[in-house]
Design a binder for this molecule. Structure first.
Ligand SMILES: Cc1cc2nc3c(=O)[nH]c(=O)nc-3n(C[C@H](O)[C@H](O)[C@H](O)COP(=O)(O)OP(=O)(O)OC[C@H]3O[C@@H](n4cnc5c(N)ncnc54)[C@H](O)[C@@H]3O)c2cc1C
Length: 271
């Protein structure tokens, strides 16, 4: 049974900031609810207040410009990312990654912001956005700060977001528009499942990057590699950032093997 909680639904970003400040430590944000409702049902968390952010316009919408790249509202659901013409045209890796999340029902509900705020090591949007060198915009009554996604994840289910902050937008730089890309996700079953290993690669004429999920305490990314790096150099860079563990779903060795395998499979698709 669900514990009792109060429900608030601010209509503006300033109203949200004020609520988060007033109820700091007691309130939790509710977006699509696909992660947090599981936590509530299992009594893993017991917030006194749920603050529903779905009515806030500033957290919605996908904006693209040639100069500034892509700005995605944190409350954007996976299906809107998949169907967005600018995402399909300029950042298709994101549509591909969003399509790999759960089932159709889930993709209609799950938000990109929720995926990054749950901060699971296997977050599918995490490794793809890392490969695209994305940043996140965090806001509160103290102001707005933008941090690179590669510095945002700090541990399993831990991020730099402070309790009175909200993830507002995700920014993908213009330089990554049109990047060649590839993604693979290893699952236990053919249907919807979280990743045992996921690898997302992006390559422009200048740079290549690999984002990896489920192979470290957080989604991780290589440094900026030369766009002409050999596959051996790419694998070596990947091996420096991953640190998989043995767990009930897969062994460390299997995860390492599949990571290399996926890089080898994706690499030729980037040229
Ligand atoms: C059956 C099932 C299958 C799944 N499959 C996958 C999968 O294949 N791949 C995958 O990556 N994930 C998967 N998930 C996990 C989940 O669906 C995603 O992480 C989803 O994107 C979470 O988004 P949400 O909007 O539902 O978040 P919510 O559940 O509403 O929120 C998640 C967390 O983020 C916080 N939060 C949400 N938005 C913000 C914000 N803007 N600012 C600050 N904090 C915020 C909430 O307080 C909460 O702690 C699955 C979940 C289920 C139940």
């Amino acid at each position: 049974m669900l514990q009792e909680f109060s429900y608030l639904a601010p209509k503006s970003i300033n109203e949200l900031y004020a609520m988060l400040k007033k109820h700091v430590g007691k309130a939790r944000i509710l977006a699509g609810g696909t992660d947090i409702l599981v936590e509530l049902h299992n009594n893993w968390i017991a917030p006194a207040i749920l603050v529903d952010i779905k009515k806030i316009k500033d957290l919605q919408g996908i904006i693209y410009s040639e100069a500034d790249g892509l700005s995605i509202g944190a409350s954007t659901v996976c299906i809107d990312l998949i169907n967005d013409k600018n995402v399909q045209r300029h950042f298709p890796l994101l549509a591909d990654a969003a399509h790999r999340i759960g089932s159709l029902q889930l993709r209609n509900r799950a938000t990109i912001g929720g995926n990054l705020c749950t901060a699971s090591p296997c977050a599918d949007m995490g490794c793809s956005l890392l490969a695209l060198d994305a940043s996140v915009e965090l806001g509160s009554s103290d102001g707005v700060r933008v941090i690179p996604l590669k510095d945002y994840f700090t541990g399993p289910k831990k991020t730099q977001i402070m309790p009175h902050e909200v993830l507002q937008r995700i920014i993908v730089p213009a330089e990554m528009a049109g990047a060649k890309f590839g993604m693979r996700k290893l699952k236990r079953i053919k249907g919807h499942d979280i990743a045992l290993v996921s690898v997302a690669m992006a390559r422009t004429s200048k740079v290549m990057r690999v984002g990896i999920g489920s192979c470290a305490p957080t989604p991780v990314v290589t440094g900026d590699l030369s766009s002409k790096a050999t596959v051996a150099a790419v694998i070596s860079a990947v091996e420096k950032v991953v640190s998989p563990i043995d767990d009930v779903r897969a062994s460390r060795d299997y995860r390492l093997f599949m990571t290399r395998e996926f890089v080898e499979k994706i690499y030729p698709e980037l040229f």
